[in-house]
Design a protein around this ligand. Structure first.
Ligand SMILES: [Fe+2]
Ligand SMILES: [Fe+2]
Length: 192
């Protein structure tokens, strides 16, 4: 009897806590959950590319790709944490199977650029929704991703340009491999 009473008290407390959180609107919550999945897919796609670069003995490219995998996981978790912070429930979905083969490093990087341009569109759509819903907190949160996408497209675009210049020059490719191999992923500090 005493236990049952305590349990009711706890449930009331839990419900009360959730109610106190500034809840996300349903449409916004659904869209943010879809973005968690999109970021996880990005991570999965780049993991597949890392394996491709390993298979063609370009270890610098695969090191760069591993950092990219970690960065995309960080993006997914950043949205995951935000949903929780706003009192929402994260709903995980299946992750689409990524491609597994590319005919050249240039083909792989062109694929990344196209994919990042698509992600930029997704972030812009999320921002449009947050503006439409008058959700100022989510607009503020998404600003970080808007800036991040500018950086992503610029850095990947630069590598595409370099690979185009290199063409079939093996020594140029090895120099770029050495350069890309120096990349290390450091998660940004909270608030950055
Ligand atoms: Fe991302
Ligand atoms: Fe990205």
């Amino acid at each position: 009897m005493h236990y049952a009473f305590t349990s009711i008290l706890c449930e009331t407390a839990v419900k009360h806590t959730i109610k106190e959180k500034p809840m996300l609107k349903e449409k916004m919550l659904k869209a943010l959950n879809a973005q968690v999945n999109a970021e996880m897919y990005s991570s999965y796609l780049y993991l597949s590319m890392e394996s491709y670069f390993q298979s063609v003995s370009l270890s610098g490219f695969s090191t760069w790709m591993r950092a990219q995998v970690q960065e995309e996981l960080f993006h997914g978790m950043k949205i995951y944490d935000y949903i929780c912070e706003r009192g929402g429930r994260v709903a995980l979905d299946a992750i689409k199977k990524p491609d597994s083969d590319w005919k050249s490093p240039l083909a792989a990087f062109k694929h990344i650029l196209k994919h990042e341009q698509h992600v930029t569109e997704l972030i812009n759509d999320l921002m449009d929704l947050a503006i439409g819903e008058k959700d100022h907190a989510t607009q503020n949160f998404l600003q970080w991703f808007v800036a991040e996408q500018v950086e992503e497209e610029a850095s990947v675009g630069e590598i595409v340009d370099k690979l185009k210049l290199i063409k079939d020059d093996t020594s140029g490719l090895f120099m770029l491999d050495a350069e890309l191999g120096r990349r290390i992923f450091t998660p940004p500090a909270k608030g950055e």
